[in-house]
Design a protein around this ligand. Sequence first.
Ligand code: SAH
Ligand code: F3S
Length: 446
Amino acid sequence: MTRPRRFYIETWGCQMNELDSQRMAGQLMQQGILPTREVEEADIILLNSCSVREKAEQKVYSRLGEYRLLKRGKGDLLIGLCGCVAQQEGERALERVPDLDFVLGPARVGELQDVVARRRAGERVVATGFPESRQYDIDAVSRHGEHKGMVTIIEGCNKNCTFCIVPKTRGPERSRPMADILGEVRHLLDYGFQEIELLGQTVNHWREPGGDWDFADLLDRVARMPGLRRLRFITSYPRDFTPRMVEQVGRHANIAPYLHLPVQSGSDRVLRRMGRGYTRNEYLDLVGQLRRARTDLALSTDIIVGFPGEAEEDFAQTLELVREVRFAVVYAFKYSPRPGTAAPRLDGAIPAEIADERLQRLFALQEGIQREINVGLVGKDFEVIVTGWGKQPGTQTGRTPCHRVIHFETGPEPVSLGGTTTVRVETAFAYSLVGRRLEAPALAHS
Ligand code: SAH
Ligand code: F3S
């Protein structure tokens, strides 16, 4: 019997990349090529890269350097560079890495089978750019081992925040038609997913192509679909949130009381230089509206520290905003200059030591806030969607509706991946909760 062919995919970056990896895996599996977790076993290696910060980009190149050594004595091994670094580098990646077989940009993921076939026929393919019509086959997505179904509703981004490379790597914004989105969600619910996550770089900027519907209409339609237990969407752009959207978040109990709302900075001066198009007060006002609509709402955010020209008082305003909003989670990053963006031309570069020190202060502040908020959840019961096994034997891990990580003992009957159970919080840490499963009486603690 011949050994089946195997593929290995390594993924960096955002949810879109995760979904793109599921799409690439799905296409290969349709051809009878199977996944492996051992890179040495692979006949095809795909590196699905992120270029949002320089470090991520460097990492993928160093991985390429390691993996190309596997080609020795294994002539037919294919290595493909995919994702945002692929789009950014194109032809250059082939020059830089002699053993690289192909380069596949994020808008061309649906062409993987064709690119592999062309490579097998001898061509070193560079498939990048943003074609008018894109291949998207909802059946060619490997969702195996996932607890949630991700659905892209809008691709690319037109915002051009001055620090961000995404509009270059993911191209101009385009929304998928509502009918396609509803069809894919239906398919995922039929498949058994209880949680659906709608994806877009500016997810709430979705518009029906050539029509009048906006994201409020889409949210309403999706939230009403029978069998949908938990609906999430990422990433919302603060300026694109309308009162009608806020109303939908307040109206549907199955829309998760959790929202990722990147603020980037608490200083108007920095926000202006970032080209974000909103002020600190507008952001805080939106947070107020959302919390009035949904009192249990947990918010997370992204913050960049050390943006060019960020003075100590600007940073102090960011800390102040973090104190005021009390986010459930803060993802904070040191500013990293990216090619083709406007910010590197701004004056006032911040020395690395100062940016590092600010990052540490921000983390310390947020950790204290997070611990306080989480301790306030002790004794509360949550419907938990199970995401996987815990590190301790006999335990599982899941997410509360407010998207917090919670660990619990399974009892005699573990919950299936993606299934739900009710857990009472008993212990709280800054980054996770530990609780007791309520409907597992055999395990009830005394
Ligand atoms: N709208 C997108 C944003 C993608 S980038 C989304 O889906 O989240 C994710 C986050 O990375 C941004 O919110 C920003 O905080 C951070 N980021 C982007 N460019 C950066 C840069 N040049 N340096 C540091 N952080 C950056
Ligand atoms: Fe980047 Fe700003 Fe778009 S952060 S993805 S350019 S909204």
